[in-house]
Design a protein around this ligand. Structure first.
Ligand SMILES: NC(=O)C1=CN([C@@H]2O[C@H](COP(=O)(O)OP(=O)(O)OC[C@H]3O[C@@H](n4cnc5c(N)ncnc54)[C@H](O)[C@@H]3O)[C@@H](O)[C@H]2O)[C@@H](O)CC1
Ligand SMILES: Nc1ncnc2c1ncn2[C@@H]1O[C@H](COP(=O)(O)OP(=O)(O)O)[C@@H](O)[C@H]1O
Ligand SMILES: [K+]
Length: 470
């Protein structure tokens, strides 16, 4: 499991450790990890390579300066630009002692940033030590101008890309866009949640020995998914494995029924039932001969392509006291679900309608709005997107790290709904079902896309092979 801790949690854990260790120990651990990561990124060692450090006033700059000193001792040509009036003094001294060059704020003052950068091009890597967890979101104009002028050079962010909001993953004004982010002690929410996560590039975690409390935000890893996957016990029969019922699709959108059933029929539940118009059931049976008609189920999947039938389908499903997945057209009636074990699966546009916000507003703060909706609707919310967020009413959340932009294809969400329903029917609680289903869906999309562009049904087809690999 990847766990992300808030700045407050990290500060508390650091304080605890700082009190027990000789001064500077944590920063030395961070700087060593950072220097190693920079060498890895450079590929052929540090010797003769040109490294530019962008240094702010705090300890984030200190990490960059000490790492720069280590790189200079390995033969790199290291130059530090101090972007603030003050900088970590011992870090500056260490870099100088190792043969690095230090340039002061004047050369990079607003307006001069571009000139300074163009006069010193040829860097192999830029190390962003402007701000870390102590920073306010956004960058000063001078820093933003320097970054603009350095565009095209690989950037390694120290702890986080400067300018992003560490705790929320939100952006407010300019920020660094990194190729690699080297973080310390634990992940922070900005490393997992978009839009900030998209600015992190690859993420490398350096252990500095922090003893951390429980995290409110996590991301499943393949081993976590494998551990949570329902598997048939030796004496299983189809009913003990769980029956998933699908109320999706309509005469207008028969394809949604097929796709939703294809996700439900991933093999993780014992049986799939379809409840809908006869012509649609015939289509479903032609593609999935194992699917049976309505009857008792352990979970319902409702709403994908249900059109005008969404409300009655949802009410009928609520009449059974079983968990449910509420998708697409049924989301307009999601307040009927409050307090029931349920997973709501909106994309940003649908969540915007549920919360009275524009799609763009939701996309600017997916973690915040997924949590808000989970609390308001008293259900697990799976907000779909590049980095889907799964939130519980109590604020705990997970982010899905699997997936590919090829999944942005019509009907992919229908497959996901069916898949999450199968996991609910098999006995997973809504939070696990939603996060495991979302992870599997993303990974199946990635697997399918290895052969070329995909359509939604390809995701369902890839599921058994993916599950086999787990
Ligand atoms: N505390 C510790 O023991 C450790 C801290 N470490 C590093 O220390 C960092 C945190 O250091 P600090 O608490 O000194 O804080 P930062 O270095 O993140 O930045 C705070 C400083 O930047 C200024 N600032 C805030 N927002 C700004 C903005 N938008 N633009 C320009 N300047 C801005 C503030 O005036 C403040 O002086 C971590 O991110 C990590 O890199 C690591 O060395 C590991 C150990
Ligand atoms: N850029 C992206 N990168 C990764 N996954 C994406 C991206 N865009 C969409 N997805 C995923 O594709 C699926 C799209 O579902 P949805 O928006 O409901 O489409 P539809 O309604 O057509 O089925 C979701 O699982 C979502 O997480
Ligand atoms: K930084």
């Amino acid at each position: 499991m990847i766990r992300a801790h808030t700045v407050e949690q990290v500060r508390a854990a650091e304080a605890d450790l700082l009190a027990r260790l000789p001064e500077g120990t944590l920063m030395q651990r961070a700087a060593h990890g950072l220097a190693h990561a920079v060498v890895d990124l450079l590929g052929s060692g540090a010797y003769g390579r040109r490294v530019l450090l962008l240094v702010g006033s705090g300890d984030n700059g200190g990490d960059a300066l000490y790492a720069g000193a280590l790189l200079a001792r390995r033969g790199a040509q290291v130059e530090a630009w101090l972007l603030s009036d003050t900088a970590h003094e011992r870090g500056v001294a260490a870099l100088r002692a190792a043969g690095g060059r230090v340039r002061h704020r004047e050369v990079t003052r607003s307006g001069d940033g571009r000139r300074a950068a163009s006069s010193t091009c040829g860097y192999d890597v830029v190390v962003d030590g402007i701000v870390g967890i102590g920073g306010r979101p956004g960058l000063r104009p001078a820093a933003a101008a320097v970054l603009d002028a350095l565009a095209g050079i690989p950037v390694v962010a120290v702890d986080l890309p400067s300018g992003v909001d560490a705790d929320t993953g939100e952006l407010e004004g300019p920020h660094v866009t990194a190729d690699l982010t080297v973080t310390f002690g634990t992940h922070k929410p900005c490393h997992l949640a978009d839009p900030a996560a998209a600015a992190c590039g690859a993420i490398h975690l350096v252990d500095i020995g922090l003893d951390l409390p429980e995290a409110l935000l996590e991301a499943l890893q393949p081993s976590d998914v494998a551990a949570l996957l329902p598997r048939p016990v030796p004496d299983a029969h189809k009913y003990t494995r769980g029956v998933v019922g699908v109320r999706a699709g309509s005469a207008t959108y028969p394809g949604a029924a097929l796709l939703s059933v294809s996700g439900a029929a991933c093999g993780l539940a014992g049986m799939v039932r379809y409840d809908g118009d006869d012509p649609v059931l015939d289509l479903v049976r032609a593609a999935h001969p194992e699917v049976v008609g309505p009857g008792r189920v352990q979970a319902w999947v409702v709403g994908s392509g249900s059109a005008a039938g969404a409300e009655s389908a949802l009410r009928a499903s609520l009449a059974d006291a079983v968990p449910l997945v509420v998708d697409a057209d049924a989301l307009a009636f999601a307040d009927l679900v409050a307090g029931r074990p349920a997973v709501l699966t909106p994309h940003a546009g649908e969540l915007g309608q549920m919360l009275g916000e524009e799609r763009e507003v939701i996309e600017s703060a997916p973690l915040r709005f997924a949590r808000r909706a989970a609390e308001q609707y008293d259900a697990v919310v799976l907000l779909k997107g590049r980095r889907s967020v799964i939130a519980r009413p109590d604020g705990r959340a997970r982010v899905t790290l699997s997936g590919t932009p090829w999944l942005a294809t019509a009907g992919a969400g229908d497959v996901l709904g069916g898949l999450v329903g199968a996991l609910l029917a098999a006995g997973l609680d809504p939070f696990d079902a939603a996060s495991v289903g979302s992870w599997l869906h993303g990974a199946a999309g990635t697997l399918a896309a290895q052969r070329g562009p995909i359509v939604a049904s390809d995701v369902a087809v890839a599921l058994p092979a993916l599950l086999g690999s787990l």
